[in-house]
Write a protein that binds this ligand. Structure first.
Ligand SMILES: C[S@@+](CC[C@H](N)C(=O)[O-])C[C@H]1O[C@@H](n2cnc3c(N)ncnc32)[C@H](O)[C@@H]1O
Length: 262
């Protein structure tokens, strides 16, 4: 298969922000399905378009960099809320009092973690870092990873992130974490590769897994997603884990899974 088409895809403005491993993985999957280079190229672009929905636009990334600088001067909750509003997923958990209440509820069960692994993190580590929780994030979005690393390296918060594709070998850190977050991730993984959500959950070395699912469409409609995802999660508790709790907020469903005693 022609490598120049893959090189063009890797360099294209639209996909430059995505982890190159993701572009190569999707390309390889399409090479397995199509014979003609132009069909591979079209299918790869379609698949990448589906994976990289605009959770944070280029303009929002720029605003976030400015917000972060402003927040660093006075460290107000208003400034933190402004930062979190720059990404669709953290925005959906605002106002900040709701995000605080959510983590209060989660940490009541897990205990306040000494270390968090945040998978497909978006900019969620900014909240955790601002609240003093040591967090390592993983995401395929270069701009989200860069924002988290700037928060850690330039502004001294206890966070860092790695640009990696959870469906590529070696992306999941082997070291043990107290809590692993999989917020709004499992349905995305299943869409990218069938049965991969269970593989990722099984590979995690963490005492607690917290998975979440959206219960409303991006337009805010309630189309029965809560029932669908709660059935899915009940059928996909990974071996060696038990359900500790589950609850629903106004637009998200949470499952907390505990590691069984060994
Ligand atoms: C719905 S957002 C959730 C962000 C964050 N977990 C939150 O809830 O605030 C999904 C995130 O998954 C990331 N993502 C999608 N596929 C991924 C993959 N294969 N590996 C790593 N990250 C991925 C996207 O870049 C995006 O930031």
């Amino acid at each position: 298969m022609r490598d120049d088409l893959l090189d063009k895809l890797l360099a294209s403005k639209k996909y430059r922000d995505i982890c190159p491993d993701t572009v190569r993985r999707v390309w390889a999957e399409c090479v397995g399905k199509y014979k003609k280079p132009k069909d591979v190229d079209r299918a790869a672009r379609e698949a990448l378009h589906g994976i990289t929905a605009a959770f944070m636009t280029g303009e929002e990334s720029l605003q976030l960099a400015r917000d972060m600088h402003a927040w660093h001067c006075d460290k107000t909750d208003i400034g933190l809320e402004r930062m979190l509003s720059r990404h669709a997923s953290t925005r959906e958990r605002l106002p900040l009092s709701d995000t605080d209440a959510l983590y209060g509820r989660l940490f009541e069960i897990t205990g306040r973690p000494r270390s968090v692994l945040d998978l497909a993190c978006g900019i969620n580590p900014l909240y955790l870092g601002a609240r003093g929780v040591n967090t390592v994030g993983v995401d395929i979005s270069g701009s989200a990873v860069e924002a988290v690393n700037r928060f850690g390296q330039v502004y001294g918060m206890p966070v860092r992130a790695v640009c990696a594709d959870l469906l590529s070998p070696g992306a999941i850190p082997g070291v043990e974490y107290d809590v692993a977050l999989l917020f709004k991730l499992l349905p995305l993984l299943e869409r990218q590769r069938a049965a991969s959500a269970m593989d990722v959950m099984r590979a995690l070395n963490a005492k607690w897994l917290v998975a979440s699912f959206p219960t409303r469409t991006l337009g805010g409609r309630n189309v029965g997603m809560a029932g669908h995802y709660s059935d899915w999660m009940s059928a996909h508790i990974p071996p060696g884990r038990s359900l500790a709790d589950h609850f629903e907020t106004s637009n998200e469903l949470f499952y907390i899974l505990k590691q069984d005693m060994r």
